[in-house]
Ligand binder design. Structure first.
Ligand SMILES: Nc1ncnc2c1ncn2[C@@H]1O[C@H](COP(=O)(O)OP(=O)(O)OP(=O)(O)O)[C@@H](O)[C@H]1O
Ligand SMILES: [Mg+2]
Length: 409
């Protein structure tokens, strides 16, 4: 278990939510969240993009998803050996996460009768900050959305006050553990890029759906890793439907994680997909530098990763100063510089940020990356003296500025 003592905390904005037709406030005391008064379901169009289902979804509709298995508490006690501390693999704001094994007596979804499936069981803390609405939001989104870069929700349990979620088990845990845990093996450069690319693919999928979905809680601990270090986004408790019609943003209470939330969202409560792009930029900085978004052990400018790293990102000669020393120089300088420029664009002011599809394309076209989990020859710095000094403008991976195409925040 590696997440109990992290130096991060959830933002619970004190801003009053501005009037918005698609949100209602949850009664005080139950949760700090706002939820959709009309939680949309997502089906699939022919192109494989999620689309809004025609009818509003009640709690009953959400829980009746044909993709999800309802478990009893008894099933999950059996799966986790009565939530034995030995099976504890993590802890977050929602509650504790246990490893378990489900013995399927009959086939369900991808599982075959008689098979054993490794699962991660998340158990809501009764006193937790996050509550039923967030639990339901997770079931709603993950019961409808399926993509290789989103974690698979297998089922849930709702029994009395008990609320649990059953996910596919991700053997490599979350990205946060790999970048920051001292005992963890250093993530090689190629693996870092593989993870960033997978996470960008998951986020692009959400943003480009017919009814856009804003993830709102993008961070290293919500990026789970399978046995081959494929990245999958988890935790859709804060996800929200993006603006529709002529609206440029969704007005909402500020929720998210300090250090990752976009400054304009914190200041105004106006949420757009560009807020996710900002958070993605922060995660890229963590991958480059091996430092936390917020480091409570440091003071001054080093406390905040964005503030500390920003001056070095656009200067190829200075970039090495912020690179993760655990990489011991084993990364291609040109690719690192390109990633730094992408990160710089992601954390720039909202109207100048790229879209996730552009970030994804730029990551997919990084110079000479072989996606393996060990440093490859392609990872070694390339000798190309002519390219040694590149201005950000000369090597800008994402050329489009959508300020003119989309309304400002
Ligand atoms: N499906 C899974 N497979 C394996 N490990 C998991 C899985 N889901 C969660 N974990 C582990 O449990 C930890 C806690 O997850 P959880 O989502 O509850 O909290 P968090 O993301 O760390 O914090 P927050 O509540 O702020 O989102 C994760 O960091 C990860 O290490
Ligand atoms: Mg999480």
């Amino acid at each position: 278990m590696g997440n109990c003592c992290r130096s991060r905390c959830k933002i619970d904005g004190t801003l009053k939510p501005q009037p918005c037709s698609d949100v209602i406030e949850v009664p005080s005391g139950s949760t700090h969240l706002l939820v959709h008064s009309n939680p949309n379901g997502y089906g699939y169009s022919d192109e494989g993009k999620p689309e809004i289902l025609p009818t509003p979804r009640s709690e009953w509709d959400i829980l009746s998803s044909p993709h999800l298995k309802p478990f009893t508490l008894h099933d999950l006690k059996k799966a986790t050996r009565n939530f034995q501390p030995h099976n504890l693999i993590g802890e977050g704001g929602f509650g504790y996460v246990y490893k378990g094994v489900i013995n399927d007596s009959k086939s369900f979804g991808d599982t075959i009768a008689g098979s054993r499936t490794d699962v991660a069981v998340k158990k809501l803390k009764p006193e937790g900050f996050q509550g039923h609405k967030e639990w339901l939001s997770e079931v709603n989104y993950l019961g409808q959305l399926h993509h290789p870069n989103l974690v698979k929700l297998i089922g849930y349990c709702l029994e009395g006050d008990n609320r649990l979620l059953v996910y596919e088990y991700m053997p490599n845990g979350c990205l946060e553990d790999h970048i920051f845990r001292k005992s963890a093996q250093t993530l090689p450069w190629a693996t870092r890029i593989k993870i960033a690319t997978g996470a960008a693919r998951g986020l692009s999928f959400l943003h480009d759906s017919k009814q856009q979905i804003i993830y709102r809680d993008f961070k290293a601990s919500n990026i789970l890793l399978d046995s081959e270090f494929n990245a999958k986004l988890s935790d859709f408790g804060l996800a929200k439907a993006g603006p529709t019609g002529d609206h440029s943003h969704v007005s909402t209470q500020v929720l998210g994680t300090r250090g990752y939330a976009a400054p304009e969202y914190i200041a105004t409560g106006r949420l757009t997909s560009r807020c996710d792009v900002y958070s993605f930029g922060v995660m890229l900085l963590e991958l480059l530098s091996g430092r936390h978004a917020i480091d409570n052990t440091k003071s001054g400018v080093e406390h905040n990763l964005v503030e500390w790293a920003r001056p070095y990102l656009g200067d190829r000669r200075k970039l090495f100063r912020i690179m993760d020393t655990k990489l011991e120089g084993q990364y291609p300088q040109r690719a690192a510089y390109t990633v730094a420029i992408i990160a710089l664009q992601c954390i720039s002011e909202a109207k100048s940020r790229p879209q996730m599809s552009e970030v994804l394309a730029a990551l997919e076209h990084l110079p000479a990356i072989r996606h393996s989990s060990s440093p490859s020859r392609e990872d070694k710095p390339k000798q190309n003296p002519k390219r040694e000094v590149l201005s950000p403008a000369a090597n800008f991976p994402l050329r489009h500025n959508h300020a003119q195409q989309k309304p400002e925040l």
